[in-house]
Structure formats: structure tokens, C-alpha cells
Design a binder for this molecule. Structure first.
Ligand code: GLN
Length: 506
């Protein structure tokens, strides 16, 4: 695909926050094309995290993931993808660069009219649409201090555009990453997943989304949202591509203090079939939620029936009682970590700086109130409370304890050994090999409905993806029909086993 075509498709769906202009040595080689979520540091273009506060920020170093991909000589990076600001959200509507649209819900005739009129987005019925006051055109950046301005194109917000009321969200926060895969702009996308950010957009775009065990892929150069949960992962339409990319990135990195030691990484060539017994799959009873869409329940039953018929698999109900506390536990922990991590953005050391100053307020106040979006400010406020002397014991410590209980409960139901916990703590001989549950309780909501839901209601969309994140477990979204997907969850450290068994589910 030519640079022009990539720009044109990206403009329609708002996929990229920057597009690389390929160097001569990068053209025409038979390599895998990759996109990188815009919260991974790269030296060649901006790293914005979807935020105004980093709009012009160029990192002086490459993240480990980008370095490994570039050094491998087998991948070409096409661009950096749009995201919810600092990873906070599940819609990719919370970006300074405007929302990314879900390609599965764009009508072909809309694209044609858009193309003719050369506008970003032309809805069929203007009366039935919502105006968003941002639009994306890609241009060469003006400011070329210290880097080569010819090497990439950056979005310039120009005109208003409108969104058809029938459009559905793409999920998030790695929405641009999922769109780049769904639209075949790339073979795979690198994203980050703190509480579902890879799996939910993968589910909504019917692609595979893999969140490895926490610490398995280096976080060095991934700008932290909540460092005790942030995990690097991969989205693709093809499992063999995920397998290949994971093998490139699955290595210890001394630059990341949470990187898993080599001897904690199970590399047994994922023979998922244990021999001598059937594969045991657990379905958590706590995930039988009243608000789950009937179609999704039915698809889960169909999947389990198909597996059972294959005679290779046994299915068991399992119980992880603390799953019901996962949402409040997660949102207490991530807001606390985020409030601390984001304190570095003060307009003095990085990126955007407001030029208004007040006699009475600290210098960074205006910069931060203008530089951060609503959701980010909400979370900084919540997290600051949880870490204050009023909230520390009752909120932060309580959430930390609930998280430990959840980790132990998950551990006790797996047959495989947890690669970080002591041998005695789990290793249930009667335990299961995998857990299966839906990735989302519903299909993607309409963008117009989503805009009118309260923040707390929107957090409920993460109810299925958060529990394995809190426990750091390797989890794959396996697509099954339009915008439906199932999570295949394995024991901590057994990532290849999850990847291999995903082939059986797919
Ligand atoms: N939706 C969740 C949140 O807003 C998860 C996002 C993520 O995984 N980065 O925190």
C-alpha cells in the first residue's frame, strides 16, 4: 500500500497519530508491517499518548519493543496509532486527536461519498449525526528541531467533522492499533493492555488480541499508565503472526525492573494436549452476569459444546469469588498509580506548556488543566485521594489486599505451576488448563450512546477483561463472529500454551 493510500484510509477512520515516510532502504522489502501504539517511545516521530500535553514530544530513545522489532530486520513500522489519552478508556473516544472509528460499522457508500468530497467523514444524514470539532489531515510537522521532519507525517486538526449516529465504538484504549489491523494497513499492531486495552478493541474488530503474562515483554519506553498492570501485547488477524512477533519480543530486559527472569518463562513448545487426560477448561460461575447479551451467552454455549464434542476437552464450572470486587479494586489501583506517574507532566520537562501564568497558582497548574483531557483529570483526582492520608488505608491498601486474594484464588484453580508464586501455594492436581469467558458482555455501543453514559457506567464495560489483568495472566481474545470474542486465560508464565490452544478455539 502506498503512503497516499495509507493516509487516505487513516484519515477516514482516524487510525494513526503519525505516519512514517519510508526511507529508501525500507521500501519494497517483503517484511511484516507493524503499527506501534502512540505510548511507546520512538526517536523518529512524536510520542503523544493521545494527549495534548505530549503533542510535540519526541523521545531521545526508542522503547525496547521498537528496538527489537527494528533490529530484527523483518518488520517495517508504518505509523503510530491513536489511543485513549494515556490508555485511560475503553472506546478510543478520549483522544486529543479525535475518535477512531470502528471499520466494521462504516457503510461502504459513506466511504465513497467521503472520498469524492475529499472530506474526512461525510455522514449520510447530517441531522442524525454528532459534530466533533476535530479532524485529521496529515502533514509534515513544522518544527524540525533535532529530528528529520521529512521522516513522518503528523495529524493537523483542521475542520469539524460529523459522526453518523449508527457508528459504534471500536473499543480501547488500543483502538487505533485494532483499526490498523482490521483495515489491513499492517500485519500486526503493538499495543498496551492495563485492564483490557488490547482484548476489547480486538473483540470489537473481530481480531486476535494477545495480552501476555505481566513482565513477559519489556515495558522499557512504554509510557506508564499504571505500572503494576501495564502489559505489552499484540493484535493481528493471524495467530502465526502473533506467535512469530511474541518470539521476537519474549526476552529478559535489564532496563525494565519488572521484566521476568529467563527461568520464569515457560518455553515448552506449547503442546497444549496433555496426553493421558483431556484438556480441562474452567468457566467461572462469577461471570454468569445478568446483563450479558443473550447472543453472547449462546455463542459461549455453542463454543463449549463444540469443544466437548471434540472429545479432547472436559468443561468444569470454577469459582473465583473475588472477581466480583475486581472493578473497584482495579479502578482504585490504576487511578492511584496514574496520579503518581502523570505528575511528571508539568510543562517544564516535557511537551506542551501553557503560556499563561498566574500570580497565585503554581506555574504548572494552567499547563496541566489545559494539557490533560477530562478523563485523565478525573482519574488523577481520584488517585490522589486514594493515596492521601484520608484514603490510603481504606482505599489503596484495601485494594492491594483484595488483589492478592484474587491472585491466590486464580492460582488455586490451575493445574500448571504459577511461575512467580511458591510451589506450595497452588499447583492443583485436579485444576484446569485454561479458563474461558467472553471478552465483553455486549456488542460495541453506539458512539452517540457512549457519549451520554456516565464515566462509572463506562467502567462497567471492562468487567470481563480486568480480572486476568489484576492477576497478570496470559490472555488471548479469540474472535467468534462480528464483534464477539472469547478470552482464553492461562496460568502465569504459560503464554505459549495459551497461544497454541487458541488455534483450537479459532
Ligand atoms: N478501560 C480500562 C481503563 O480505562 C483499561 C484500559 C487499558 O487497558 N489501558 O483503565
Amino acid at each position: 500500500m502506498s503512503l497516499k493510500q495509507i493516509q487516505s484510509v487513516s484519515r477516514r477512520y482516524n487510525v494513526f497519530t503519525s505516519i512514517r515516510v519510508p526511507r529508501k532502504d525500507e521500501v519494497g522489502l517483503a517484511k511484516l508491517r507493524a503499527s506501534i501504539k502512540d505510548n511507546f517511545a520512538t526517536i523518529r516521530e512524536t510520542t503523544t499518548c493521545g494527549s495534548r500535553i505530549l503533542n510535540d514530544y519526541i523521545s531521545p530513545f526508542n522503547s525496547t519493543v521498537v528496538r527489537l522489532l527494528e533490529q530484527s530486520g523483518t518488520t517495517t513500522i508504518v505509523g503510530k496509532t491513536n489511543m485513549d489519552e494515556f490508555g485511560m478508556g475503553n472506546s478510543t473516544l478520549n483522544s486529543f486527536y479525535g475518535p477512531t472509528l470502528n471499520p466494521l460499522y462504516v457503510q461502504e457508500e459513506d466511504i465513497v461519498s467521503e472520498y469524492k468530497e475529499k472530506k474526512f467523514w461525510t455522514p449520510k444524514a447530517k441531522a442524525d449525526s454528532k459534530v466533533i470539532n476535530k479532524s485529521v489531515l496529515y502533514e509534515k510537522p513544522q518544527d524540525s528541531e533535532g529530528y528529520d521532519e521529512n521522516s513522518y507525517l503528523k495529524p493537523v486538526m483542521k475542520q469539524n467533522y460529523t459522526i453518523d449516529k449508527q457508528m459504534r465504538i471500536i473499543g480501547g484504549s488500543s483502538g487505533g492499533a485494532a483499526a490498523s489491523v482490521a483495515l489491513d494497513l499492517v500485519d500486526f499492531a503493538i499495543g498496551s493492555d492495563t485492564g483490557g486495552s488490547i482484548r476489547l478493541p480486538a473483540c470489537y474488530t473481530s481480531t486476535f488480541g494477545f495480552k501476555p503474562s505481566y513482565g513477559r515483554i519489556s515495558r522499557w519506553g512504554l509510557i506508564s499508565y499504571a505500572q503494576s498492570l501495564d502489559t505489552v501485547g499484540i493484535i493481528s488477524k493471524k495467530l502465526p503472526v502473533i506467535d512469530k512477533v511474541f518470539r521476537m519480543l519474549d526476552r529478559y530486559d535489564s532496563a525494565d525492573p519488572t521484566s521476568l527472569a529467563e527461568n520464569k518463562r515457560v518455553r515448552e513448545e506449547g503442546n497444549w494436549y496433555p496426553g493421558g487426560r483431556k484438556v480441562r477448561i474452567g468457566v467461572p460461575v462469577e461471570f454468569r452476569l445478568g446483563n450479558m447479551r443473550v447472543e453472547i451467552k449462546q455463542e459461549l454455549v455453542d463454543l463449549l459444546t463444540r469443544l466437548k464434542r471434540s472429545k479432547l476437552v472436559e468443561i468444569y464450572p470454577v469459582s473465583v469469588p473475588s472477581i466480583k470486587y475486581s472493578l473497584p479494586t482495579y479502578y482504585t489501583l490504576v487511578t492511584s498509580e496514574a496520579s503518581s506517574n502523570l505528575s511528571r507532566f508539568d510543562g517544564i520537562r516535557y511537551g506542551y506548556r501553557a503560556d499563561e501564568f498566574s500570580e497565585t497558582e503554581p506555574e504548572f497548574t494552567v499547563t496541566r488543566s489545559k494539557g490533560f483531557g477530562e478523563e485523565v483529570k478525573r482519574r488523577i483526582t481520584l488517585g490522589t485521594f486514594s493515596l492521601s492520608s484520608y484514603g490510603f488505608d481504606s482505599h489503596f491498601m484495601k485494594a492491594t489486599k483484595l488483589r492478592s486474594i484474587l491472585i491466590n484464588e486464580f492460582n488455586s484453580i490451575f493445574i500448571d505451576k504459577h511461575m512467580l508464586l511458591p510451589e506450595t501455594s497452588g499447583n492443583n492436581k485436579k485444576g484446569v488448563d485454561f479458563i474461558i469467558c467472553p471478552t465483553s458482555v455486549d456488542k460495541p455501543p453506539l458512539i452517540s450512546d457512549y457519549y451520554s453514559t456516565s464515566p462509572v457506567e463506562s467502567y462497567l464495560n471492562d468487567v470481563m477483561t480486568i480480572p486476568p489483568s489484576l492477576a497478570g495472566l496470559p490472555t488471548m481474545n479469540v474472535p467468534c463472529g462480528k464483534s464477539t470474542g472469547f478470552q482464553l486465560i492461562g496460568q502465569f508464565g504459560w503464554d505459549y500454551k495459551v497461544m497454541k490452544f487458541s488455534e483450537v478455539l479459532a
